[in-house]
Design a protein around this ligand. Structure first.
Ligand code: ZN
Length: 145
């Protein structure tokens, strides 16, 4: 990657999330949990989710290690989906997948907010897995419910 490309990718908001991840830590049981890893980059994410009786994500936390993109993306995700229903979270995940893969327009671009800052990832196919790792773990946790 050239310095310009790196600058594009690691924008300040992304760096801030990777240095000071939001919703970092574990939730006490009972809650949903999933582990995701991305061996090609060495990224790991553990997600803990609590759902209320309306299928709403009432709390979410994560821990992990790996590259700035994987950790920042997970941090930004937790901020964005707390309080959303699992259906809303799934819709957001699909829109996020579209922007990081450059695969069509998101259906609700406004909902993505600062997550759109990660769209630069689409120029770096090996980074798409990093950006999606937290979202994949979230999906696994919810499917396990
Ligand atoms: Zn990575």
């Amino acid at each position: 990657m050239s310095p310009e490309e790196l600058r594009d990718l690691y924008q300040s908001v992304i760096l801030d999330h990777s240095h000071k991840p939001r919703n970092h830590g574990e939730l006490p049981a009972p809650c949903l949990h999933a582990h995701g890893d991305n061996p090609s980059c060495g990224d790991e994410i553990d997600i803990w989710v609590k759902l209320d009786d309306q299928n709403r994500i009432s709390d979410i936390k994560f821990t992990g290690q790996g590259c700035a993109i994987s950790q920042a993306s997970a941090s930004m995700m937790t901020v964005k989906i707390k309080g959303k229903t699992t259906a809303e979270a799934a819709a957001l995940r699909e829109d996020f997948r579209r922007i990081v893969m450059g695969d069509g327009k998101p259906l609700n671009e406004d909902d993505l907010g600062e997550l759109t800052l990660l769209e630069g990832v689409q120029k770096f196919p090996q980074r798409v897995k990093c950006a999606m790792l937290g979202w994949r773990a979230l999906e696994q946790a919810i499917e396990g419910a």
